[in-house]
Design a binder for this molecule. Structure first.
Ligand SMILES: Nc1ncnc2c1ncn2[C@@H]1O[C@H](COP(=O)(O)OP(=O)(O)OP(=O)(O)O)[C@@H](O)[C@H]1O
Ligand SMILES: [Mg+2]
Length: 244
């Protein structure tokens, strides 16, 4: 399997808070990597560096064979990185379809919005996610699970190399969890890699090939899922076990 992403010795501080302290990891083509860790471990911070939201204080990111610095989310997306944020980052006053196509609106005759195309495509993606959300529903009136589906649907307008997902099953119903996990497996079938941040060990054990655990901004475990036990991962997350 070829490596598509390698982050090396990343440090990130927010004033006096050291969020990442020499964090390194890699992701291979089509690999599903679970990123776990306690609250404040630095998971969302590394995701936001890879998504072009934050600049690292130091360290390097190599993506698709070249050193990159993503200066904005658009920059990262253009190079093949799609993201589902922990807070979902949706516009509450807009419809599902408008959120899915935000900043990528489909035009017809060069300047008119092609609402029909956007609604039809949005409907198709929401159906794949088994979501009851409809393209014309306004996000402010949606349930947590429907909002999550809209945020995930945004990643399907392009053919990314990697999808970064921050807690995609945290706010969804018990019935919707397997749909999202199946969806992640389907990305893999299309050779799209997934970095899955999750506090839910059963989800990570079910879909991931490899598990990385962070603690206080550092990596304390990086190994094949088959070599991990739930007890060890839990110990690494809480700090009861120092490293694997
Ligand atoms: N924008 C910011 N400004 C200041 N401090 C921040 C900012 N973002 C994160 N931090 C701090 O950096 C550390 C890592 O935060 P991060 O959000 O990456 O944790 P996390 O692993 O995603 O946690 P959680 O599981 O709660 O989502 C925390 O101490 C947090 O308070
Ligand atoms: Mg987080």
């Amino acid at each position: 399997m070829s490596e598509i992403l390698h982050v090396n010795d990343i440090y990130k501080n927010f004033g006096a808070v050291q969020a990442l302290s020499g964090f390194s990891m890699s992701v291979n083509e089509g690999e599903i990597v679970g990123l776990m860790g306690d609250n404040g471990a630095g998971k969302s911070t590394i995701l936001k560096i890879l998504a072009g939201n934050y600049l690292a204080s130091s360290g390097t990111v190599n993506f698709m064979g070249k050193d990159v610095v993503f200066n904005s989310p658009n920059d990262a997306r253009k190079q093949g990185v799609e993201v589902v944020y922990q807070d979902l980052a949706l516009c509450n006053h807009l419809t599902a379809s408008k959120n899915i196509y935000l900043s990528r609106e489909k035009k017809k005759f060069f300047f008119l919005m092609d609402h029909k195309h956007m609604n039809d495509t949005s409907q198709g993606i929401l159906d794949q996610l088994n979501s009851s959300a409809r393209p014309n529903d306004v996000v402010s009136g949606m349930s947590g699970g429907q909002r999550q589906a809209v945020a995930i649907a945004r990643t399907r307008l392009s053919m990314p190399k990697i999808v970064l997902m921050d807690e995609p099953t945290a706010a969804v119903s018990v019935a919707q969890v397997p749909v999202i996990l199946e969806y992640i497996k389907n990305l893999q079938k299309q050779k799209i890699a997934v970095l899955l941040i999750s506090h839910r060990l059963p989800d990570v054990m079910k879909v991931c090939d490899r598990i990385v655990v962070m603690r206080l901004g550092e990596k304390v475990c990086d190994k094949s899922k088959d070599l991990c036990t739930p007890e060890e991962i839990t110990g690494l997350i809480t700090g009861a076990i120092k490293s694997a």
